[in-house]
Design a protein around this ligand. Structure first.
Ligand code: PLP
Ligand code: COI
Length: 369
């Protein structure tokens, strides 16, 4: 029987960041820039199973140059947020869903599955240790990044026999600088993010590495994000580099691309299936072609488009660009562009639950401390 991480060793950081510096960071954290005073670590080998769960001062990991992850990218991660509620309590959103997805990702990458109690115990231990780092205020949260990697020193190509699991945390504000301004999307016609039978449905670092060149091209075209199509027909809309997509139709229904095996099953996407139905919308999961996107925005059949994910929350999509053309959503791209009504309502329904302003009817919130 594996011991629980609740009994983990705890090494207090002797030099935590000074309170005034931490408070200044929490004023305007951006995304992914700053890290808390501690981190969680645990190790796995076939003989020991999961072991040595510990909270230690945040700091560099020392890796042998032959560590397997540096060569074969046997690595997975998760992304979730901790929210401060008005009464000072701290909550996370659907951590059981992140734990389950991490197990699915582990299976695909031939990594050991982390027991759910270890996952929940690790994030709880870190958030408790760094509770002062949970920012208070609209749009702010503590972004939690659990990750697992092949830490065996070995260059043979086979699943690692030493695996390290860690959790770090980073105070976060809005992912996109423009706040709720619509983002622009570049359509990658040259590259796919993932292919049938590949690792697209797993949250592994390699998928993001594959998205960086197309993302660089998007940036060069003046766009915020890149959209990927399926790899076989280059016809079906899959998702963005780090977010799922939703289309609102003129009859009030909301459509999201059905899971294809190469799309990441977003927890925000899944939650919106429920929340949009709660708000009275018909919710449809089906294939969406790139022509439907182009023609629907032109004809008015598609009235709003939004991207969703833990980091991006719910963000309106203003324009889709490709080589030689563009399709502008009804919300537009001008200085006064914003989010459409359905996008705004769905966003509010989600964040009101996350920040404790609305009743948690689906039992999604998990109190940490
Ligand atoms: N798709 C990709 C490729 C992602 O990286 C993410 C972010 O985690 C999502 C979708 C949205 O997933 P979630 O809502 O679970 O954050
Ligand atoms: C997340 O939303 O948690 C992600 O992993 C997406 C990434 C672009 C930060």
């Amino acid at each position: 029987m594996t011991s629980s991480p609740f009994t983990s060793r705890h090494e207090e950081n002797p030099n935590p960041l000074a309170a005034e510096q931490r408070i200044a960071i929490l004023e305007n954290p951006g995304f992914g820039n700053y890290f808390t005073d501690h981190m969680f670590l645990a190790e796995w080998t076939p003989d020991t199973d999961w072991t040595d769960a510990r909270i230690v001062p945040y700091g560099p990991l020392s890796l042998d140059p032959a560590t397997a992850v540096l060569h074969y990218a046997q690595e997975i991660f998760e992304g979730m947020k901790a929210y401060a509620h008005a009464d000072g309590s701290v909550w996370v959103f659907r951590p059981d869903a992140n734990a389950a997805r991490m197990q699915r990702s582990a299976h695909r990458l031939a990594l050991p599955e982390l027991p759910v109690d270890w996952f929940l115990g690790s994030i709880t231990a870190l958030i408790e240790a760094d509770r002062d780092w949970v920012p208070v205020g609209e749009e702010k949260s503590l972004y939690i990044r659990p990750f697992m990697f092949a830490s065996e020193v070995f260059l043979g190509v086979r699943p690692s026999k030493h695996v390290t699991y860690s959790v770090i945390a980073s105070p976060a504000g809005a992912y996109f600088k423009g706040g709720l301004k619509p983002v622009s999307i570049w359509l990658s016609t040259e590259f796919s993010r993932a292919a049938a039978g590949g690792t697209g449905a797993a949250k592994c670092g390699g998928n993001y590495a594959a998205s960086l060149l197309p993302q660089q091209q998007a940036t060069a075209q003046g766009c915020d994000q890149v959209a990927f199509l399926d790899s076989a027909e280059h016809k079906w809309v899959e998702e963005l580099g780090g977010m799922n997509l939703y289309f609102v139709q003129d009859d009030g229904s909301v459509v999201t691309p059905e899971l294809s095996g190469s799309i990441l099953e977003g927890i925000t996407r899944d939650s919106i299936l429920t929340l949009a139905a709660d708000l009275g919308h018909e919710v449809i999961q089906r294939k969406v072609s790139i022509d439907e996107w182009r023609e629907g925005t032109a004809s008015g059949k598609i009235t709003e488009i939004f991207a969703c994910g833990t980091a991006a929350v719910v963000t309106p999509v203003g324009v889709l660009k490709w080589v030689g053309g563009e399709a502008v959503s009804a919300d537009g791209t001008g200085a006064d562009a914003g989010a459409g009504k359905v996008t705004t309502d769905i966003r509010s329904a989600l964040v009101d639950i996350q920040y404790g302003r609305a009743e948690d009817r689906h039992d999604w919130m998990h109190r940490v401390c």
